[in-house]
Design a protein around this ligand. Structure first.
Ligand code: TMP
Ligand code: ASP
Length: 241
């Protein structure tokens, strides 16, 4: 059923299928951080992230967000719509953590006044630098209309994800999404939504290290990485869609 390998990324492999509009996305156990300077594997991550992402894509579709998800076809594979991924990583932050703390001197865990949308240039050679709308325009990464759509889409996704993770007793600190353009020029949420791409804190735990249930456990060598993903999966699958 799966055709030729189209693209291999750090966490997934994309294959062609018999239908040119449909690709197969295979989730891997591989984990990287700091632009692949740190490499490892997280036991069973491929299956856990595939299950989590499938569930969340279906939830978001039900809320009116267009995604590339078609259906899960095996424990670590899903069919997705073939899209042209915009070379922009869109990050939404609700609470200060990670790179924004280093960049702006904010305290980890400080709530932001309102959700913040940031764009990063998806370019491994350059280390995915933060860019402004003016850079997006100068580099022809997206049209001004697409930039406006991207920001609104990112905020809408944030709103729905916050509601969803609330039900899981998880705090959505921040997340990264990738957006693709389909054959008709419509923007679709693509890539994945998982503990690889979101910061998720256990609402019940106040200890700043113990509450981390996402890839920061791998990035910062905090231990219990697979256990954290397992816990997120358990809660996501139990949440009523
Ligand atoms: P940052 O604080 O390192 O900029 O990360 C912001 C969010 O984006 C966080 O939830 C982790 C996610 N992220 C990715 O999904 N891929 C990446 O390559 C990076 C750097 C961050
Ligand atoms: N996935 C990214 C990488 O290895 C970084 C990260 O998620 O922290 O480059």
């Amino acid at each position: 059923m799966s055709g030729t390998k189209l693209y291999e990324g750090k966490a997934k492999i994309l294959f062609t299928t018999d239908d040119p509009h449909i690709l197969l996305s295979r989730y891997k156990d591989d984990a990287t951080a700091f632009n692949a300077l740190k490499k490892g594997t997280i036991a069973n991550k491929g299956e856990m992230n595939c299950a989590i992402a499938s569930h969340i894509f279906q939830y978001l579709e039900a809320q009116g967000i267009a995604t590339h998800f078609i259906k899960q076809v095996s424990p670590n594979e899903m069919q997705v719509a073939a899209v042209q991924i915009l070379p922009i990583e869109v990050v939404v932050r609700n609470i200060a953590a990670g790179s924004i703390c280093k960049r702006l001197g904010l305290a980890q865990g400080q709530p932001l006044k309102q959700p913040l949308v940031e764009f990063f240039y998806k370019n491994d050679d350059l280390g995915d630098p933060l860019i402004t709308d003016a850079h997006v325009s100068m580099l022809d990464l997206a049209t001004p209309e697409q930039v406006a759509q991207l920001k609104q889409l990112a905020l809408d996704i944030n709103h729905h994800l916050q509601t969803f993770f609330e039900r899981c007793n998880l705090i959505l600190v921040d997340f990264k999404v990738e957006i693709g353009s389909d054959a008709n020029g419509h923007l679709l949420l693509a890539d994945e939504i998982s503990p690889d791409t979101c910061r998720l804190w256990d609402k019940e735990i106040s200890d700043p290290t113990a509450r981390i249930l996402d890839k920061d456990r791998f990035r910062q060598d905090l231990g219990n990485v697979a256990e954290a993903y397992q816990e997120v999966m358990k809660r996501v699958l139990a949440a009523i869609a």
